[in-house]
Write a protein that binds this ligand. Structure first.
Ligand SMILES: Nc1ncnc2c1ncn2[C@@H]1O[C@H](COP(=O)(O)OP(=O)(O)O)[C@@H](O)[C@H]1O
Ligand SMILES: [Mg+2]
Length: 346
């Protein structure tokens, strides 16, 4: 709704408005001319703040823009109006104010609901990531403990049976079985290792990162420099809450996996520093790089979730993640998270 109102003879007096205004605020033809602006439409616009500001426009000849007025109008209910006003003309004693009113209620409502959906999506994603981590952990232990132990017991039993068998052919078949069982146990162990970084639970976060980097170098045959703060691992580990450790580990794991899978890099570096009351991580490669804007603009949404999950994980720790990449110029992933009780460096 675009409405033009004008006040003549002082700020309060209404001169004319467009039909949309009269219709919306149900202003009858009798009260149109010469009435005070605040009186028309059953005093719907008798809003003290607006009177004051319009008074200033009239007396000082200035203007205001984008004044938000939230008001319960008798005919149309609670609305949010965007008002712009300026002194249009000064003609003798007549001071004219040009007032435009735009009803932005629907826009405001849509904005609010889109923000709310975004917030809900965030909460959902963060719960999903946490649940995924917990489930990985549970499945990994079950594979290792339940199935692994069960298979180990089965192996012993089959050996015992083989010992008792007289028939040589049967004995041979039975003796081969533990070999297959061993292979299954190894496979299960690998799946279990993939599901959780066990070394982190046993040796701590920084040991796990060192292991991650050495595995990365071994698998992808790439040079990778790891720089970590110059403090004993145990001290560093203690500075990071356990729930942050697994999140940071997963983000670095994904950043390195991406380099291995997509970058064709020859030089990689992973630097972890303590900075400004938190921890900062930079993962850099000299590989082929990619166009982030193009990836983000893909419609429908890109089918990959690695980068998105990285961002969400860091957001869960109230940190920031940024990616810089350029085709042919490599990629830099840098992120930081705050650590409670960590004092900024002097
Ligand atoms: N370090 C990198 N070097 C080159 N390309 C990368 C790098 N990291 C990510 N990409 C590009 O971004 C895309 C999205 O990454 P990601 O969301 O992790 O999904 P995925 O690894 O499953 O493809 C990749 O498919 C790849 O094209
Ligand atoms: Mg990936």
């Amino acid at each position: 709704m675009g409405v033009h109102g004008a006040a003549g003879r002082g700020p309060q007096s209404h001169k004319m408005a467009n039909p949309a205004f009269y219709e919306t605020f149900q202003v009858s033809p009798q009260e149109r001319e010469g009435r005070f602006f605040y009186e028309i439409g059953n005093r719907q616009w008798d809003i003290p703040k607006l009177r004051e500001i319009l008074g200033q426009v009239a007396s000082q000849g200035n203007s205001f823009q984008k004044l938000l007025v939230e008001h319960d109008f008798p005919a149309i209910g609670l609305r949010t109006m965007l008002l712009n006003a300026r002194a249009a003309q000064q003609n003798g004693a007549d001071k004219l104010i040009l007032l435009t009113i735009t009803d932005i209620t629907d826009l405001k409502t849509a904005e609010k609901s889109s923000k709310e959906s975004e917030r809900k999506l965030r909460v959902l994603t963060s719960r999903l990531l946490t649940t995924q981590e917990r489930e990985r952990h549970r499945i990994s232990w079950e594979l290792h403990d339940e199935i692994g132990q069960g298979l180990a017991a089965l192996k012993v039993q089959i050996r015992a049976i083989a010992d008792k068998l007289e028939d040589q052919e049967e004995k041979k078949t039975c003796e081969d079985a533990p070999h297959y069982i061993l292979q299954i146990m190894r496979n299960i162990q690998n799946i279990s290792l993939d599901l959780r970084p066990p070394i982190m639970e046993e040796l701590g976060f920084f040991a796990a990162i060192k292991h991650l980097v050495s595995e990365f170098k071994r698998c992808f045959k790439v040079r990778c420099l790891l720089v970590i703060p110059d403090e004993p691992d145990e001290l560093l580990d203690q500075s990071l809450p356990p729930e942050s450790q697994i999140v940071l580990y997963r983000v670095m794991e994904e950043a390195l996996a991406n380099i291995g899978r997509h970058a064709a890099a020859t030089e990689v570096s992973l630097r972890i520093t303590r900075k400004d009351g938190g921890i900062q991580v930079n993962v850099k490669d000299n590989g082929k790089g990619f166009d982030i804007a193009k990836l983000r603009a893909l419609k429908p949404e890109p089918q990959t979730v690695g980068l998105m999950a990285m961002e969400e994980r860091i957001r869960m720790l109230e940190g920031n993640l940024n990616i810089w990449s350029k085709e042919g110029k490599g990629t830099k992933v840098y992120f930081s998270i705050p650590i409670e009780g960590d004092k900024p460096e002097a």
